[in-house]
Write a protein that binds this ligand. Structure first.
Ligand SMILES: [Ca+2]
Length: 462
């Protein structure tokens, strides 16, 4: 059954700004944060992918068509969601989870954590699924746990029990639901594979058997292998998750990946039915997004870690209390925008350190509202050496990438969304390049990155 949602046409009290910390009108808030789901791995962006529930839920609310993560790798992206900061600000660059110690309970920085701001505002906070940062109760959540299981069955069961336990309660809740799907290993049941008839999946236009040897595509493994997971086995018929992969191998991989997404779709759909049948959607707002994207053979790559669209751009939508149906926005948004949005909805106090995101409530009120001109991302230290990695400034049309080798790449998203032609040497585009350089340089300074390199003053990686 495809989930269909009836949403009141009037904006909710929280979005209209009428809610106060004293009243009971503040919404419950759920964030569904999937793992490695690229923006093209959802039906409304790609009809080849079977996600009827997610498509219906997105249509019942607002879709953010151009959403980018703070960092396209699990741990860094997750720490950014909890702190409202970019990786070089909070310290969890790449997979450096020990650096998260300075935010744990009883540490001076614990006040920065999203769950702690919400507890202070009177919310009950719960976490189920993949943490990647250790026990979620060690970083502010009242209840919940990191849960095993690549099929997320236990995670959704626990989340469902939690929602059931909150029926009729006055205290609002914040639920962080983090499925592991569609991260490898990909182990779909046959019924999900059966949704994809032979020939229904196509390779992307930028598919390559293996990547070109340039810094743009460097995923920087410690062994100096340029491409992540080159010998990693993902349990899909023992196919390598990384290159080189021929077309046939990649199609089998994509089949398994999409089938896992379809399973996830069914689980989210059931959760939404539960919320609706319990009468809780009237007072619950749900955000859906992923921690990073995935390459699926685009540019010859597997995994993520690059600043390519497939890696850094994710599906994102909101539905439920106060969100009007059938809205979408092309405004550039960052996953970091979730943090201040949740605080706004909860009427919660601001954290000690200024967050880098911007509340989405004005956009939720009116999708034509301007939100931001540029969105940024970084992925540093994957090779184990701080300073290596990639940075990005993405404007409305143009994207500038600064690679680990201090090389610049300029892509025209309007005519070249698959990022095949580097326009950085086009003299006509100098003003565009200068403007994006200025923005990227300023942002790098803000987050404590190394200085932006210049022609007369080259900068070595630190
Ligand atoms: Ca991930």
């Amino acid at each position: 059954m495809i989930f269909a949602l009836t949403v009141g046409m009037s904006l909710g009290r929280a979005i209209s700004g009428e809610a106060t910390p004293e009243d009971n009108g503040r919404p419950n808030i759920i964030v569904i944060f999937t793992d490695d789901q690229t923006y093209g791995a959802i039906g409304y962006n790609n009809p080849a992918v079977k996600t009827p529930h997610l498509d219906a839920l997105a249509a019942s609310g607002m879709t953010f068509e151009r959403a980018y993560v703070a960092s396209p790798i699990c741990a860094a992206s997750r720490a950014s969601m909890m702190t409202g900061l970019f990786p070089q600000q909070h310290g969890v660059v790449a997979l450096d989870t020990p650096s998260f110690a300075k935010y744990r309970n009883d540490s001076p920085n614990a006040e920065q954590l999203l769950p702690n701001r919400l507890t202070k505002a009177g919310y009950l906070t719960a976490f189920y699924g993949k943490s990647h940062l250790g026990d979620p109760k060690s970083y502010g959540f009242d209840i919940g746990e990191e849960l095993p299981g690549h099929d997320d069955v236990t995670t959704f069961k626990k989340a469902s029990e939690f929602i059931e336990s909150r029926k009729g309660r006055k205290q609002p809740f914040f639920l962080w639901l983090a499925p592991r799907q569609p991260h490898v290993p990909l182990l779909p049941e046959q019924r999900w594979l059966n949704l994809y008839p032979s020939g229904s999946i196509n390779l992307t236009k930028n598919f390559l058997v293996e990547p070109t040897d340039e810094s743009l595509n460097n995923q920087g493994t410690p062994e100096k292998t340029l491409y992540r997971d080159s010998d990693y086995r993902n349990n899909v018929g023992h196919l390598p998750a990384g290159p080189p992969r021929d077309e046939e191998t990649m199609l089998v991989f994509m089949h398994a990946y999409y089938a896992v997404v379809s399973h996830l779709d069914d689980q989210v759909g059931q959760l939404a039915v539960q919320l609706r049948e319990a009468g809780m959607l009237e007072n619950t707002i749900v955000f859906f997004l992923s921690d990073n994207g995935y390459h699926l053979g685009s540019h010859g790559l597997g995994n993520k870690i690059t600043m390519h669209e497939e890696s850094v751009r994710v599906p994102m939508f909101a539905f439920g209390a106060g969100v009007e149906a059938e809205k979408s926005t092309r405004s550039l948004v960052s996953a970091l925008d979730i943090y201040p949005t949740v605080l706004d909805l909860a009427g919660a106090p601001s954290p000690p350190q200024a967050v880098m995101g911007k509340s989405l409530l004005p956009l939720l009120k009116d999708p034509s509202n301007s939100h931001r001109d540029t969105v940024f991302s970084e992925c540093i230290g994957v090779g184990g050496k701080l300073g290596e990695g990639h940075r990005m400034a993405r404007g409305d049309r143009w994207k500038l990438i600064l690679s680990d080798a201090n090389e610049e790449f300029l892509f025209d998203q309007q005519v070249d969304p698959f990022e095949l032609i580097n326009r950085v040497d086009d003299p006509e585009l100098e003003p565009v390049l200068d403007e994006l350089r200025g923005e990227l340089s300023q942002w790098m300074k803000t987050i404590g990155d190394r200085p932006y390199p210049s022609a007369d003053k080259p900068v070595e990686g630190r």
